[in-house]
Design a protein around this ligand. Structure first.
Ligand code: ATP
Ligand code: MG
Length: 497
């Protein structure tokens, strides 16, 4: 059965400019997120998990350079959409929960205000209606301009890099110098030509789209005006009716009619804007949904009056106010102790199921993965080295790095000694050739130091980038500690039946 993809990351590569050189944080990764699933991304510190999630959220640091790839969401490449559209997606359709709840809450603002703030920014319902009506055409127009600017900026970046490389040459000969100068001049001219052409071709399209947008704006203004007039006319008619009712009301009926008039007035306001009272009602509902006891009282408190676990629930509540379609959780429980961690994981699982969210869950802890994942992507040194269903990763792992991670899960039952992964991750300014894990792997072969392994197919859903899967490779068994653990858990599973 074909899965319904909600998000698709293709050949994404992200570098950072640093004082010591270009750091290659994410190196050509691809994965899909299917509707309603939880995809766990697991890997050691520094493997590129957060950089990947930040790229999806559009919140990469300023020194980031997107070297290649795209992130497709609803037919748009998130790396190319305009700022406006991105803000909309980020706020509404993709929500994110970070590791440290304190840093995402403002310590001096009451919890209730922090939850309602995001809702009240969009409190003018007529304005929202207008924005919705013009949104598609506005986005098409803005994205065309954004794409033009990105294409030009990319070309300029190439030119700047070329010039910097030439200038960095040590003691070039006179002839070489002259040739370089000429080459730079040619490249500058080519860039200018490129910029002119690009502006021309996009400019034509943008002009057409702008005309369409202006037409849509005119219609939308009219529609909003008609809506407001209709609602107001209905309201006035109803008030006249109620006033008459009040005149002929008996003394005992009077209070209830007065109440009706009050309600009619409130209803009318609610049709035009989200009131503070309505926002509060919704906030309290969501606080209850995320398991905060006594939400009416808690609404008025400050972050410091909440425990770590409760704070994380608030952060989740804030993410939910926008009714996202995708939830990205980056180590949301790392700062919490074990029992609280289990409760938060349970909460995320429940909300995910109830709201049919698709979830990207980032962690360095395979124990957490076991509780959360439908599918797993294992990252090492900026690459996805293995991915598959949770069952495939836990019961049929193929990459030596996945073996190492599985060997290092603390196992309470078997009292087995943890096997720490020997060595340290590579320096990503000079990532190793070949399989980056080779230097730390006792299964490394010569080819691992020379050539990057391709993704070998294990099943339709399971792939691993290790030369051990090459038909020419010697047959290697996974470490005993891993195979025994798998055997134990399979037997335990049978015992339960
Ligand atoms: N703004 C930045 N400038 C330079 N290097 C960066 C920047 N942000 C991240 N990096 C580097 O990119 C690499 C990947 O970082 P990332 O934060 O994605 O790791 P991670 O897998 O999330 O690790 P952790 O488990 O510690 O959160 C690391 O080597 C990190 O030092
Ligand atoms: Mg991280």
């Amino acid at each position: 059965m074909a899965q319904d993809k909600v998000l698709s990351v293709n050949h994404l590569a992200i570098n950072f400019k640093t004082d010591n050189g270009i750091l290659k944080a994410v190196r050509d990764i691809s994965f899909d997120l299917n509707r309603g699933e939880t995809l766990c991304i697991v890997g050691e510190s520094g493997s590129g998990k957060s950089v990947t999630s930040k790229a999806i959220m559009g919140i990469l640091a300023n020194n980031a350079i997107i070297e290649s790839g795209n992130i497709m969401y609803r037919g748009e490449n998130l790396l190319e959409v305009s700022e406006d559209e991105f803000y909309k997606i980020r706020g509404h359709k993709i929500g994110m929960i970070f590791q440290d709840p304190l840093s995402s809450l403002n310590p001096i603002v009451r919890i209730g205000k922090q939850i309602t703030e995001a809702m009240l920014i969009n409190s003018d319902k007529l304005k929202l209606m207008y924005q919705d009506l013009i949104s598609d055409d506005l986005i098409r127009y803005k994205n065309t301009l954004a794409k033009m600017n990105i294409e030009i900026a990319n070309e300029r970046q190439k030119l700047d890099t070329y010039i910097a490389e030439v200038k960095a040459k040590e003691n070039p000969g006179a002839e070489e110098k002259a040739a370089d100068k000429k080459a730079i001049q040619d490249k500058k001219a080519a860039f200018q030509e490129f910029e002119k052409k690009t502006r021309e071709s996009y400019g034509k399209k943008a002009k057409e789209l702008k005309a369409v947008l202006e037409e849509t704006e005119k219609k939308a203004r009219q529609q909003v005006k008609e809506y407001k007039e209709k609602v107001t006319a209905e309201h006035k008619a109803r008030l006249v009716e109620l006033e008459r009712k009040l005149e002929s009301a008996s003394a005992t009926e009077e209070d209830s009619v007065k109440k009706e008039i009050e309600n009619e007035k409130l209803d009318y306001i609610n049709k035009l804007k989200l009131t503070k009272a309505e926002a509060k009602r919704r906030a309290i509902e969501i606080m209850r949904e995320v398991g905060i006891p006594d939400p009416e009282r808690r609404f008025k408190q400050y972050p410091f009056e909440f425990s770590g676990g409760m704070r994380q629930r608030i952060v989740i509540a804030i993410a939910l106010t926008a009714s996202p379609e995708i939830l990205i959780c980056d180590e949301p429980t790392t700062a919490l102790d074990v029992t609280i961690q289990a409760q938060i994981l349970e909460l995320i699982n429940r909300i995910k199921a109830e709201r049919n969210l698709s979830c990207i869950f980032i962690t360095h802890d395979l124990g957490v993965v076991a509780n959360m994942a439908d599918r797993v992507a294992v990252m090492y040194a900026g690459k996805i080295v293995e991915y598959g269903t949770a069952e495939e990763i836990f019961y049929d792992p193929r990459h030596p790095y996945t073996w190492a991670l599985l060997s290092s899960i603390p196992d309470v039952d078997s009292k087995e000694k943890l096997e720490a992964i020997p060595g340290t991750p590579p320096n990503m300014i000079y990532p190793p050739k070949g399989d980056a894990f080779a230097a730390r792997s006792r299964y490394a072969m010569n080819i691992d130091y020379r050539e990057q392994p391709p993704m070998f197919k294990v099943s339709d859903t399971h792939y691993a980038a290790t030369w051990l899967l090459d038909p020419h490779a010697p047959k290697v068994e996974m470490p005993k500690i891993v195979s025994e653990r798998i055997r134990n858990s399979l037997e335990e599973g049978r015992g339960d039946e």
